[in-house]
Design a protein around this ligand. Structure first.
Ligand code: BG6
Ligand code: MG
Length: 212
């Protein structure tokens, strides 16, 4: 029976946090909104528009229309994409590349399950597109993590039942999404200490101990 492993992208495969932070910070400064790294941590796994709403909790200016908010998010994304252009294959560790290769060799089907609408672009930048069988991302969902939609879609794309899929996540919202999808939730990085995880990963290569 085929098994699937679904990987979150930002914070698991690549580390784009600093780019998100710098891009949001630029926008927040323009609007005189207080924003710091602690607030930035709350944006992990959260969609672009939901992230903007979190940032706007500190906004004290005139009311903003939905159209203005769209414009703000677009502006942030333009800045963010400029940073993404700096990414190269060196932004993915050998540990990640080798582990993905070995999991595939063992017969697992691999997918990306990311809230980001830039997932394909990022994978192209770091030359990792071919490491995955399918990509489910911010472009094919209507509800962001902790809603399970992105992972449910990933499993559908792979053609593997949810109960035969595991998710690798660094964000609590992503672990909640994996649990809601009925999948095995593997926590890495920040999510390794979350009490809802099924599997704790100290390193990415620990996956090879878990998925024989
Ligand atoms: C997630 C990130 O992967 O993607 C979030 O963890 C981000 O921080 C979200 O807000 C949406 O990303 P994008 O690239 O569509 O703006
Ligand atoms: Mg993440």
């Amino acid at each position: 029976m085929e098994k699937g492993i679904i990987f979150d992208l930002d914070g698991v495969i690549v580390f784009t946090d600093r780019f998100h932070y710098k891009a949001w910070k630029k926008l927040a400064d323009e609007y005189g909104i207080y924003f710091d790294e602690v607030i930035n941590n709350r944006l992990r796994g959260v969609s672009r528009m939901d992230s903007l709403e979190i940032i706007l909790e500190r906004y004290e200016g005139a009311p903003l229309s939905a159209q203005e908010k769209e414009k703000m998010a677009e502006k942030k994304n333009e800045t963010y994409k400029e940073y993404l252009k700096e990414m190269t294959p060196a932004d993915v560790t050998d540990e990640v590349r080798d582990t993905l290769k070995e999991l595939r060799k063992r017969g697992y089907k691999l997918a990306i399950g990311s809230s980001s609408k830039n997932a394909t672009f990022i994978l192209e930048q770091v030359k990792l597109t071919d490491a995955f069988d399918k990509i489910s991302d911010g472009n094919n969902i209507t509800k962001s993590k902790p809603d399970p939609e992105v992972f449910v879609k990933a499993a559908e794309f792979l053609g593997i039942p949810a109960e035969d899929c595991a998710v690798v996540e660094d964000a609590e919202a992503g672990i909640d999404a994996a649990k809601a999808a009925g999948m095995i939730a593997c926590g890495i990085g920040d999510a390794a200490g979350y009490d809802r995880i099924d599997v704790r990963l100290s390193t990415f290569a620990d996956l090879l101990e878990q998925f024989k």
